[in-house]
Design a protein. Structure first.
Length: 695
């Protein structure tokens, strides 16, 4: 048996040396095994420090300390952690790591809460990922440090899963709420569609009425033309009457002068009867001539009286005709006033429809802009902000707030849940209102006009119609005023005509008496000598008849003057009547044009309202289809989806006891064998010297 040799001296190795070579690795391995033997039984003796430096953050004005929640979750976890976690500060944690009192320390940074909630902001690229600072003690056993790090990693993973599950739960709740709001919006859109169809029906009735009005305007124009022609004839006749009355007044004036001369001559005749005896021989011939002239005068006076009767009778009939027609003109004026009021109401109504559509469109655009600005706002969104912006009223705000409180009650961050839902609601509302406002400006491919253009065209046509009717009403009113003046002056004209008739009768009576007197004078001329006294009496009767004749002619002159004045007033009134009828005819033409424009505008408006009704119906159908496509999740489904998405890969966490006893012992035995081999190689020579020198 070859004995082992020492590597340094080459001497024989003793048994004690061999025993030492065997015991050294055995003792090292035994010591290491004993150091790790039943390490799991000592896990509850491991202590670790938690240092919370998180300053928290504010969400909707409320302080949210997520660092404190994480620390409490690690310390008060329901699972068996086998670690004694101690809430500490930086100085105590540093001293505990140095003296081995703490196997490790977990530090939560100051910006922990802000970085965690940064994912809920408006800018996705502004989201930041936070970290935890885990420091191990250099004087603690290796297994304690590994245990602490494993537990800290597990707590971090659990917090991330819980936060993701809460975030996803808020998103799923937002889907449910969005679906409900979309259905409510669909109901409102259906109501809008019903209102648009009712508007279309009303505009259809308006178009039918405007068409009937346009059809009947032709008859009104024809009647006005006939009335204008009649008034022109009246004006021409009144002018001729005024001219004839003036000529009559001039002739009667001359007749009055002649009657005065006749009366003076009769006086002179009576005074000169004394001289008559001197020329008695010549008187029979002269008196016979006077008798012939008196007969002619009597005959002319009778004809004048008959002419005056016929003239005054015609004047009376003309005046009576104007008086009888006055009521019809007044009725026409009243009817035109009512027509003017009606056309004004039509114009106001049409302008009201146009202005109402403009205000409605502006309200939709303002609502869409306000909803869009609110949806893109950097500030957290609340129900109060929607109410202040005028998007919802107080009752709707209270109802919406109640729904949000109920939906977000289960969320750890109700404010973020509410903000997420309200932004989706505001975006949808902005899109719907903007689409409705744009629909009012959509042009008809056939007419090239939108609903707003048609409404304004109707308003313009109704305004022109109202102006034309007003001008026509003014002309008819002037006509009624002229007829009123004529009717007021009719009694005076009738009185003047009566006086003229009486004067003509008196003139005829006077000339008859004058003729009788002259006849008596002629009869007495034959027995001139014997009947000088009778001639004197006849001369007296002649003087009396001439005086009565002069008085009758004076009354006739006064009546002719009044007749001339009345005829002048009649001509003036007839002229005003003609002017009024001209204005009435012009206004009636404008009225007819306005009626045609009204009919065209209402037809275009009808096309626009039909497009509006169709568009609102399609809008309502689209809203309902969109509401059906929005998913809805129950609480159980939300929990399941949140847990599945936040922990996409399943499987239990490896326990801290994963550091198994068998693997540890095998590792330590291999280490001990390596140390034994190293020591053996150092002490014992690998190849004996005898083997090296043998041949």
């Amino acid at each position: 048996m070859t004995m082992f040799e020492r590597a340094d001296t080459g001497s024989k190795v003793t048994w004690w040396t061999l025993v030492g070579l065997i015991l050294v690795p055995v003792l090292v391995a035994a010591g290491l095994v004993l150091a790790t033997w039943k390490a799991g039984d000592r896990l509850d003796q491991v202590s670790a420090a938690i240092v919370n430096l998180d300053e928290g953050t504010e969400i909707d004005g409320q302080q949210v300390p997520l660092g404190r929640q994480l620390a409490a979750g690690i310390v008060d976890a329901d699972t068996d952690q086998n670690v004694n976690w101690v809430l500490s500060d930086e100085e105590d944690a540093r001293e505990g790591l140095a003296d081995g009192r703490y196997a490790a320390s977990v530090t939560i940074p100051e910006e922990f809460s802000e970085e965690v909630v940064s994912s809920t902001g408006d800018d996705p690229m502004a989201a930041e990922q936070t970290t935890l600072d885990v420091v191990s003690s250099r004087v603690s056993p290796l297994t304690d440090t590994a245990i602490v790090q494993a537990i800290a990693s597990a707590a971090t993973s659990q917090f991330n899963a819980q936060w993701s599950q809460q975030y996803l739960d808020g998103v799923f709740v937002g889907f449910n709420d969005m679906g409900d709001q979309m259905r409510e919006m669909g109901d409102a859109a259906n109501e809008l569609s019903d209102g648009a169809r009712e508007l279309d029906s009303g505009v259809g009735e308006l178009a039918d009425g405007a068409g009937q009005l346009s059809d009947n305007s032709g008859e009104l124009v024809d009647g006005a033309s006939g009335l204008s022609d009649g008034v022109g004839g009246i004006a021409d006749g009144a002018t001729g009457l005024a001219a004839g009355a003036g000529a009559l007044a001039d002739g009667v004036t001359q007749l009055d002068d002649g009657a005065q001369g006749l009366a003076d001559g009769a006086g002179d005749l009576s005074d000169g009867l004394g001289q008559l005896s001197d020329g008695a021989s010549e008187l029979p011939d002269q008196t016979q001539q006077l008798a012939d002239g008196a007969d002619d005068l009597n005959h002319g006076a009778g004809q004048l009286s008959d002419g005056i009767d016929e003239y005054t009778t015609g004047i009376d009939e003309i005046i009576s005709g104007f008086t009888d027609d006055g009521g019809g003109v007044d009725d026409l004026a009243d009817g035109m006033d009512e027509l003017s009021d009606g056309s004004t109401q039509v114009a106001d109504g049409a302008q009201g429809v146009s202005d109402g559509l403009g205000d409605y469109q502006q309200g939709l655009e303002d609502g869409a802009d306000g909803a869009g600005q609110i949806a893109q706002s950097q500030q957290p969104l609340t129900v109060g902000a929607l109410q202040d912006a005028g998007l919802i009223d107080a009752d709707e705000a209270a109802q919406l707030q109640g729904q949000l409180d109920q939906m977000c009650a289960a969320s750890d961050d109700p404010a973020s849940c509410e903000d997420l839902f309200l932004r989706g609601f505001a975006s949808g509302l902005a899109g719907g209102l903007g689409g409705a406002a744009s629909g009012l400006d959509v042009q008809d491919p056939q007419t090239g006009m939108s609903l707003m253009d048609g409404a304004q065209g109707v308003a313009d046509g109704a305004g022109e119609l109202s102006d034309g009717v007003d001008q026509a009403a003014d002309g008819v009113r002037q006509l009624a005023d002229g007829m009123g003046e004529l009717e007021d002056n009719a009694p005076a004209l009738l009185d003047a005509s009566e006086q003229l008739r009486d004067g003509g009768s008196e003139l005829a009576d006077g000339t008859g008496e004058f003729a009788d007197g002259v006849g008596q004078l002629a009869d007495g001329m034959v027995p001139l000598v014997d009947g000088i006294e009778a001639s004197s009496d006849g001369a007296g009767q002649l003087a009396d008849g001439a005086g009565e004749f002069a008085d009758g002619v004076g009354q006739l002159s006064d009546g002719a003057g009044e007749l001339s004045d009345g005829a002048g007033q009649l001509a003036s009134g007839a002229g005003q009547l003609g002017t009024g009828m001209d204005q009435f005819t012009v206004g009636l033409g404008e009225y007819t044009d306005g009626v045609v424009q009204l009919a065209d505008g209402t037809a275009q408006l009808r096309d626009g309202t039909q497009q509006l009704a169709d568009g609102t119906g399609e809008f309502a159908d689209g809203i309902e289809e969109g509401a059906d496509e929005v998913p809805s999740y129950s609480e159980q489904e939300r929990d399941h989806l949140g847990e599945t998405i936040s922990q996409a890969i399943g499987g239990g966490q490896a326990g801290i006891s994963g550091l198994t006893q068998g693997s540890t012992v095998a590792l330590l035995l291999i280490m001990a064998m390596w140390i034994g081999a190293l020591v053996t190689y150092t002490i014992v020579r690998a190849v004996p010297a005898q083997a090296l020198t043998a041949r």
